[in-house]
Design a binder for this molecule. Structure first.
Ligand code: NAP
Length: 240
């Protein structure tokens, strides 16, 4: 029987590539989107084993309803990928409390909301894999991105603590902390900035959405059954 994966922020960028990769690998996929409904529906028309659900991950009630919908449609949820995220640039003294709250609510509280809603079923069947998408900035911090870095460091802390809580229930919790990946999120980088970043990366190139999706496929699979609580960073050697 096909396994089911729920991917938040599956409409664009890294999440979208993961939707295609998991669908191709034979998973049933629940694609969560927030604003990009038309794109999400287009993907679902293309891929027969993909269903879509619009929900803001920061809204706990919407998340609970999405989990119920997924179980009704596919029977159960085997893999959860907390990918939805927003960035926020600006010096700490220039960021408003609203901007700070929005980043934390989406990137960190969103991850909490999804984990909390999916866990009762995973714990009762003693099986599951949770993959949280952090960032290199959650590991080493970025000037001008304090809120984003704090939210992504929080995701790493959540991953490690939750892995300890859930190991006895045979649920694995891991974290992917990508370096720079070309998506809408990074589209405002100038060629000059990109050249500068690339020159600092030992492998001499930025990452692709496939680099992240391939790792997620591995962490979802039984092939990684002894791996939990880990932060794996596909970053070309940029942060070691
Ligand atoms: P992206 O291209 O901007 O896509 C973001 C996705 O998140 C979209 O599908 C968006 O959905 C969804 N999203 C945003 N807010 C949401 C919310 N409140 N509820 C539900 N979905 C929401 O970004 P990306 O580069 O693919 O990033 C994906 C993840 O990787 C993020 O967590 C990001 O922090 C992380 N990451 C990215 C990079 C990078 O260089 N790109 C590096 C490290 C980590 P809608 O369009 O439907 O609103």
């Amino acid at each position: 029987m096909s396994k089911t994966v729920l991917i938040t922020g599956g409409s664009r960028g890294i999440g979208r590539t993961m939707v295609y990769a998991f669908s191709k690998a034979g998973y049933n996929v629940l694609l969560n989107f927030n604003k990009s409904e038309a794109i999400a529906n287009e993907i679902a028309r293309e891929l027969p084993n993909v269903k879509v659900y619009g929900a803001d991950v920061a809204d706990q009630n919407s998340v609970i309803n999405m989990i119920e919908y997924t179980k009704n449609v596919f029977g159960s949820i085997d893999v959860l990928i907390n990918n939805a995220g927003i960035s926020c640039t600006g010096l700490l003294q220039d960021i408003s409390i609203d901007e700070w709250n929005r980043v934390i609510a989406t990137n960190l509280t969103g991850t909490y909301n999804l984990c909390k809603a999916v866990l009762p079923e995973m714990i009762s069947k003693k099986d599951g894999s949770i993959i949280n998408i952090s960032s290199v900035w959650g590991i080493c911090g970025a000037a001008n991105e304090v809120a984003y870095s704090a939210s992504k460091a929080g995701v790493i802390g959540l991953t490690k603590a939750l892995a300890k809580e859930l190991g006895p229930s045979n649920i694995r919790v891991n974290c992917i902390a990508p370096g720079i990946v070309m998506t809408d999120m990074t589209s405002d980088l100038t060629m000059e900035e990109l050249d500068d970043i690339t020159s600092q990366i030992p492998l001499g190139k930025v990452g692709s959405t496939d680099d992240v999706a391939n790792l997620a496929l591995f962490l979802a699979d039984e092939k990684s059954s002894y791996i939990t609580g880990q932060v794996i960073s596909p970053n070309g050697g940029w942060v070691i």
